[in-house]
Design a protein around this ligand. Sequence first.
Ligand SMILES: Cc1ncc(COP(=O)(O)O)c(C=O)c1O
Length: 472
Amino acid sequence: MKLYETLATDIAESIRNGVLKPGDRLPSIRHCSQSRRISASTVFQAYYQLEAQGLIRARDRSGYFVALGQTEILPEPEPSPSPMGEAISLDVSEHVFEVLESSLMRSVVPFGSAFPSPLLFPLARLGQVFASSVQKLDPWSSVDDMTPGSARLRRQIALRYLTDGLQVHTNDIVITNGALEALNLCLGAVTRPGDSVIVESPTFYAALQTLERLGLHAIEVATHPREGVELDAMENAIKRHRPQACWLMTNFQNPLGSLMPNAKKQALVELLTRYDIPLIEDDVFGELYFGANRPIPAKAFDTAGIVMHCSSFSKCLAPGYRIGWTAPGRYARKVGHLKLMTSLASSAPAQEAIGTYLEKGGYDKHLRRLRQTLSSQQSHFVRAIGEYFPAGSRATRPDGGYLLWVEMPPQVNAMEVHRYALSEGISTAPGPIFSAKQEFRNCLRLNYGHSWDARSEKALATLGRIVAALSN
Ligand SMILES: Cc1ncc(COP(=O)(O)O)c(C=O)c1O
C-alpha cells in the first residue's frame, strides 16, 4: 500500500469506528505530516481521496472535517432474536428464482443483485493474459489440470493463504466452478439426505437452496449484524439437533455484512472441533475489506482439519470465469472425488489465465483500487439511505464487501416494496428470501457495488419514498 493510501485507510477506519465523529476537525496537513513523518503532499493526497469518498469535507481556510452527512447515517439493526426453532425442511427456490430474475435485467437499477458491477474488474488485462496463455497452453493441460486442478493456479492460491498467515498445501486445494460449486461439494461430502445443517439467520439464499437440493434440514441460528453468528445460540442448537455440518460466512456475511472478530472465529472453531462438526466457511468477500488488513478466515484457527474453506475469483477479479476453490481440510480427498463425479474438472484455459495473471503481479494493485471504490460507494449509499428512508429504519455499515442490510419500520412488507420498486425499474432483495421460514419481512438487502451516480441517487430516493408510503 502507498503511504497516502495507508493514511487514508487509517482515517476512514477511525471515522467508521466512531473515534472521529461527524464535524470533528482532522489534524492540519502540517501537523499530520510531522507526526507521521510523511510529506505534506502525501497527506494532501490522502485527504483528497477521503474527500472524493465523501468521508471528509474541506472548509474555507479552516481545514478538513469529518463530513456532516455522516450524522444522517441510520442506526444499525438490533441482533435478531434467536430462532431456537426446529430443523426445517426447505421450499425456498421458487421465491428466490423470481427475485433473482428481476435483478439480472440490465435495464433495472441493480440494488437487488448479488454481484458487483462487472465494470470494476481488469477484464481487458485478463483477456490479454487469457489470449496469450491459451496460445501457449500445453495440449496436455486438459489432462494435467483435471481435478484437483491446475498446479500453477493452486500454487498461487496457496501463496495467498501464506501471505494471510495460513499454511495450506497446494495438494489440499481443489479448483471448482466458482465458490458455489465448492460449497455444494463440501456440503455433499459431509452430509446425507435427512441430516441437519446450521446456517446463519438471515443467510445467503443459495445456502438454503443447496440444502433444499440435497434434502437437508436447516437450523437457523441468530446472527449479530456486526459480529456474526451467536455462539451460545449455536451451542444450544448443536445440543438440541446434533447437526452434521455448519455453513457460515465469517467475513462480510451475505446479507448482513457482519465480520466475526478473530477471538470469536477461534471460539467458533474450538466449539465445532469439540463436537466434531465440519465448518463450511464461505469466504468469497474476504479480499474486499475496507480496513488495513485482510480479515483472517476461521480456517486459520483449525488444528483438526474440520474447516472447509471456500472462495473464488468471481467477486474480486474475474466474474464469469467461474473459477473458485476449496481447501477442505481432512475432507480434501472426498471433495476431490465428488468433483470428479459431478463436473470432472474446471475450464483449463480459465485456470491457466488466472494462474498466469496472479503470477505476473498486479492483483493487489487492482484489489486496492476495488476496495477504495466499494468503500466510497458505501459512504454515498449509507448517506442517501439516511436521507431518504423514513424514521425507524436501520442499516448495517459493513467493513467490507458490497452488500448491506436495511431494516424498515415493522409494518413495511419487503415483498411489497420489492414489487413496487420493480415497477419503477429498481430491483431489491427482500428479507424473506434469506430465511427458511421466510422471516425478516421488513428487511431488504441492498447492493452498493455499482457506480454511484445521479441514477442511483434518484433510485434510492424513489425506494425511500415507497418505503415511507408503505410505513404510513
Ligand atoms: C455469499 C456468496 N457465496 C458464494 C457465492 C457464489 O460465488 P461464485 O460466483 O464464485 O460461485 C456468492 C455469489 O453471489 C455469494 O454471494
